[in-house]
Design a protein. Structure first.
Length: 198
């Protein structure tokens, strides 16, 4: 067998021996800790897979919602709000046609139609409409949707990792207390035999 393959096998064998191999010095607490580590690793791998599917679901959901929107053109019937450079919300009345061709009129806001900032009455602005002709915010681009899905997936994975690390820390704390109690109990039996008597 080539050397690289053997070198790769050694760590796996060491881990297997450490976790499930026979060892007279291994205590029950050590076996429990090994089982906790295996469960947490399996949980973390499951979290990675779950985060991938969550990100994919969000991506497809956002793309499906964007596909239902239709671009349109609205004509302002009053001047749009003046852009002061501050984050605020303004509105203006306008008229447009729904996807089915029916005329509509109403109020456009800077949230769903950013093009109305500083626009004059009579100016045409692009709007995004639902099937019923209601204006909605512009759909995000595919890059933005993908970035959002990736960020949510990574955040979910990091959150799961943090919870699992906290779970391991708690398990380790409880097991260390048990080990210390067992050590103290064993020392009470062994200690007097090691202590020289005068």
């Amino acid at each position: 067998m080539p050397r690289p393959a053997r070198a790769a096998e050694r760590p796996l064998r060491q881990w297997a021996r450490m976790l499930v191999g026979r060892n007279e010095l291994r205590r029950g607490c050590d076996r429990i800790e090994a089982a906790v580590v295996l469960l947490l690793l399996a949980g973390f791998l499951g979290a990675i897979v779950g985060a991938f599917f969550l990100g994919a679901h969000i991506y497809h959901h956002e793309r499906a919602e964007a596909a239902q929107l239709r671009p349109g053109t609205a004509v302002l019937t009053q001047h749009g709000p003046y852009n002061t450079g501050l984050n605020g919300v303004g509105d203006a009345t306008a008229r447009w046609h729904a996807p089915d061709g029916q005329p509509r009129s109403g109020v456009l806001t800077t949230m769903n139609t950013p093009g109305i900032w500083g626009a004059a009455a009579g100016q045409r602005v692009q709007v995004w409409l639902t099937g019923s002709g209601q204006p909605v915010p512009p759909p995000p681009g595919s890059t933005e949707v993908m970035f959002t899905a990736i960020v949510i997936g990574i955040s979910a994975t990091c959150g799961a990792g943090t919870v699992l690390i906290g779970g391991y820390g708690l398990a380790r704390l409880l097991l260390d207390r048990r080990r210390l109690a067992a050590w103290e109990s064993a020392w009470e039996l062994t200690g007097p035999r090691w202590t020289p008597r005068r």
